[in-house]
Design a protein around this ligand. Structure first.
Ligand SMILES: Cc1cc2nc3c(=O)[nH]c(=O)nc-3n(C[C@H](O)[C@H](O)[C@H](O)COP(=O)(O)OP(=O)(O)OC[C@H]3O[C@@H](n4cnc5c(N)ncnc54)[C@H](O)[C@@H]3O)c2cc1C
Ligand code: SF4
Length: 324
């Protein structure tokens, strides 16, 4: 049952930030995740602060530098359908189109997509696990077929957002506003791994909100893509996926960033794979070397070893697609 809460709606960022500094206050953007979490007692909720009326947080605009500013309240559908995003940041356009269902994409926002809570079924269910303040994680000895194969320490969630890996691959940053002012954080550093703190998912502090996402101008010749494999063809979270941003000079890799989804508690960059192809000719052999390098440190659990060959295939196929 959804608990009783106070509701505060504002058109101003400073008012939102002030109200969010109260204990138990939470941002309501599209509400597609927040209300499910409240109903399932994932967290306590005393005040809902609706930011959906703040016009300054909406829309997609080019920056003077030739990059893009995406307001935190921009819906996932708007991003998926925006021609500028598709032309310059294809990985983000593809990732947005893969999020959930059309209804959820119409209602859900990019800020909410980056800040959504994990989907571990113990955490969403009636288990008072470590991440919810309990004293144990149920995944290692329990049902762990959808859990992580990298970066698990204390907690073994996979990061749920499709857009976050694409934003990391594209070198994006988020702007955060709070009582102490404004700061910018690379999306790569926005999510917190459980080895650092298993009680939070992002670097947001009490009262802080994400206001915008900034994409840098793409380097000349940069191409990007997002691939998602899921258990069901309709809507589902990623079993395995990869965002990549690569530039080639003929077949030689000049620049490359690869970020896995469905792999780890945070979007999982694979520097070993990047190093295996940077400066080299991209072909079947180097793509296989990149996949091997990426998966060398995988630590599957009792039921999710299938993810290792799945990721290997995704990495190889995605890299070879750049030759077409
Ligand atoms: C059935 C289902 C399937 C889904 N499948 C996928 C999927 O395949 N891929 C995927 O990526 N996502 C998936 N999602 C998640 C969905 O994309 C998110 O629910 C949505 O993007 C969240 O956006 P929202 O605006 O509704 O967020 P809200 O529900 O309003 O907020 C979500 C969380 O983020 C916080 N928050 C929201 N905006 C901000 C902000 N600007 N600053 C700080 N905190 C903020 C809220 O307090 C809350 O904790 C799925 C969700 C559902 C319910
Ligand atoms: S994986 Fe994390 S969220 Fe899931 S049961 Fe373990 S501690 Fe809880």
């Amino acid at each position: 049952m959804v608990p009783r809460f106070s509701y505060f709606r504002t058109n101003s960022i400073p008012d939102a930030v002030r109200c969010l500094s109260q204990v138990g206050a939470r941002v309501h953007a599209g509400g597609t995740d927040l209300l499910g979490c409240a109903r399932d007692s994932v967290f306590g909720l005393s005040t809902v602060v609706s930011i959906s009326g703040i016009a300054a947080l909406k829309g997609i605009h080019e920056t003077p530098e030739g990059g893009l500013r995406i307001g935190a309240l921009t819906t996932i559908s708007e991003i998926a359908g925006n021609p500028l995003v598709a032309a310059k940041y294809r990985a983000l356009s593809m990732a947005a189109a893969e999020v959930a269902s059309p209804q959820l994409r119409n209602q859900g926002t990019i800020g909410g997509n980056l800040c959504q809570k994990p989907r571990c079924w113990y955490y969403r269910g009636e288990f008072n696990c470590l991440r919810k303040g309990g004293d144990r994680c149920y995944a290692p000895e329990g049902e762990n077929r959808y859990h992580c194969i990298f970066g698990g320490e204390n907690c073994y969630i996979v990061h749920p957002s499709d857009t976050a890996p694409a934003l990391v691959a594209l070198g994006a940053s988020v702007t955060i506003e709070g009582l102490k002012g404004r700061r910018s954080v690379p999306v790569e550093k926005f999510h917190v791994p459980p080895a650092v703190d298993f009680t939070v998912e992002t670097v947001l502090k009490s009262g802080e909100i994400v206001t915008e996402i900034i994409l840098p101008p793409p380097a000349a010749g940069l191409r990007s893509a997002y691939r998602k494999v899921r258990a069901r063809q309709s809507w589902d979270f990623a079993l395995a996926g990869m965002a990549s941003a690569i530039s080639l000079n003929k077949d030689q890799v000049i620049h490359c960033r690869m970020v896995l989804s469905g792999a780890a508690p945070v979007p999982w960059r694979i520097p070993e794979a990047e190093a295996a192809i940077k400066g080299r000719r991209l072909d079947v052999d180097t793509a296989a070397k990149a996949a091997d390098a990426a998966l060398k440190k995988a630590e599957p659990m009792s039921q999710n070893a299938y993810k290792v060959p799945l990721f290997s295939a995704v990495i190889k196929q995605e890299l070879l697609n750049y030759l077409e």
